[in-house]
Design a protein around this ligand. Structure first.
Ligand code: GLY
Ligand code: MN
Ligand code: MN
Length: 437
């Protein structure tokens, strides 16, 4: 649980960074209609959640640093017995103040009358332009209204600044409470992966294994943090495979990339295991290579190393192994220089993880890869994908897709792997699967 005072601390910090001559404006995620009056599941906007913990749509947060009548202002839906009978309870403006520690709250219907007055006299507006075109237009209309009154002494803002610069740097560093939620999210996902491994049998369909994952997520109050990838055999070579509707074949591997979202925090885990419970020799050779690359990469997730150091480490181990197994030829240095591994490994070794699965935050600062610091969380996810029609590759390796992905906290010492509740050592996976047979 993130306490109201932690949200308040984040808002304070953001306001301090923006300065007293600025105003910051954020909108809640809109509800999205799937068809007629059926909606997509509601998920609060991550930035809005980070600053409020407020779970409702139709809300706008304005932060007006230094405003004596209250710096933190929320516009939200009013209580409405009739609507609440259909859609469930709302906080209302009173709840926004009493339960969410807002300084002030107004009905969202009054925003056109009130927000221009809050913008008036501020030099800079921090805002996410381009994220919600309807809201962009409303903001422009409020500013234009101020501009039209300039000859009456009204002072419109002069500058519009991307809010992401300040806010996303804050989100990159996770607090103790955030890390606790991320651990829980990774634990739930680990449990789901274990259950999927134990349920897998030749002849079942990919979607039946997906159901095992979803069962564990929902049992623990989580939802998927992205559409799970459940790909048997060569489907594991399709990086964003989501059809999850093919039968599982004896002798194939099954690649599962699935993460939970708990309390809005994502986990992101991949395991690749044999449908029949035993890796073939060829599968095992590639698997152990990916695992060695992952171990080498995780060891680089340390403060002071650059973000790309762990990708470099994975690349080096994979390239050396691909030469040894006969998938690449020539010297290690020449292959590294020419990045020949790209035929078999076409993505980076990881990304920031947090409220979003591909979380926010710059990877480079002034062109240089950023240095890892304690409190950051990354995924480490090397893989090998040997296309079924790959040329100049020993036939025994074709159609094998493998990825191993864990979630790792940067500390001031050794990396902490928070997704270690599911095995990744091949022998341990085989033992876990055998125990269920
Ligand atoms: N599941 C998305 C990723 O691994 O980046
Ligand atoms: Mn990932
Ligand atoms: Mn993933």
């Amino acid at each position: 649980m993130i306490q109201p005072r932690e949200y308040a601390r984040r808002r304070k910090q953001l306001m301090r960074m923006a300065g007293n001559d600025a105003i910051l404006i954020l909108a809640a995620a809109p509800e999205r209609v799937r068809n007629n009056d059926a909606h997509y599941p509601y998920r609060q906007d991550s930035d809005f959640h980070y600053l409020t913990g407020f779970p409702e749509a139709e809300a706008v947060l304005a932060l007006a640093p230094g405003r004596t009548a209250g710096e933190v202002i929320l516009f939200c839906r009013e209580r409405d017995a009739e609507r609440e009978r259909w859609d469930g309870p709302r906080a209302g403006t009173e709840g926004a103040v009493s339960d969410f520690a807002m300084d002030d709250a107004f009905p969202i219907e009054d925003i056109d009358d009130i927000l221009p007055g809050l913008i008036e006299g501020r030099e800079r507006v921090y805002y996410h332009f381009g994220r919600d075109v309807d809201f962009d237009l409303r903001l422009i209309s409020w500013v234009n209204r101020l501009r039209a009154q300039m000859r009456h002494g009204v002072r419109p803002p002069h500058e519009f600044v991307a809010l992401s610069h300040l806010l996303h740097d804050l989100r990159l560093f996770k607090s103790r409470a955030e890390l606790a939620l991320m651990k829980k999210s990774a634990q739930i996902a680990s449990t789901a992966h274990r259950r999927a491994m134990q349920a897998t049998r030749p002849g079942l369909n990919e979607h039946e294994i997906e159901a095992e994952l979803l069962h564990v997520f929902r049992r623990h109050g989580a939802v998927p943090s992205y559409e799970p990838i459940v790909g048997g055999g060569a489907n594991g070579c399709v990086l964003h495979y989501r059809a999850n509707n093919a039968p599982l074949r004896d002798g194939d591997l099954l690649l599962i990339d699935a993460g939970a979202e708990f309390g809005c925090y994502a986990s992101d885990i991949t395991r690749t295991f044999p449908v029949n419970g035993r890796y073939s020799p060829a599968q095992r050779e590639l698997y152990d290579l990916v695992l060695a690359a992952q171990h080498a990469a995780i060891d680089e997730v340390r403060p002071g190393r650059t973000f790309d150091a762990y990708h470099e480490a994975a690349m080096r181990v994979l390239t050396r192994g691909l030469i040894r197994l006969g998938l690449l030829s020539g010297t290690l240095e020449k292959n590294l220089r020419e990045q020949t591994y790209r035929d078999f490994y076409m993505h980076k070794t990881g990304h920031w993880l947090g409220l979003d699965v591909h979380d926010v935050g710059d990877y480079r600062i002034e062109g240089e890869f950023r240095v890892l610091e304690p409190g950051m969380v990354v995924t480490v996810e090397p893989g090998l994908y040997i296309a079924p029609d790959a040329k100049r590759v020993p036939a025994r390796y074709r159609g094998i897709g493998i990825r191993i992905e864990d979630d790792v906290i940067v500390t001031d010492g050794d990396p902490i792997v928070i997704s270690d509740g599911v095995p990744k050592d091949a022998d341990e996976i085989e033992a876990l699967m055998a125990a269920a047979r």
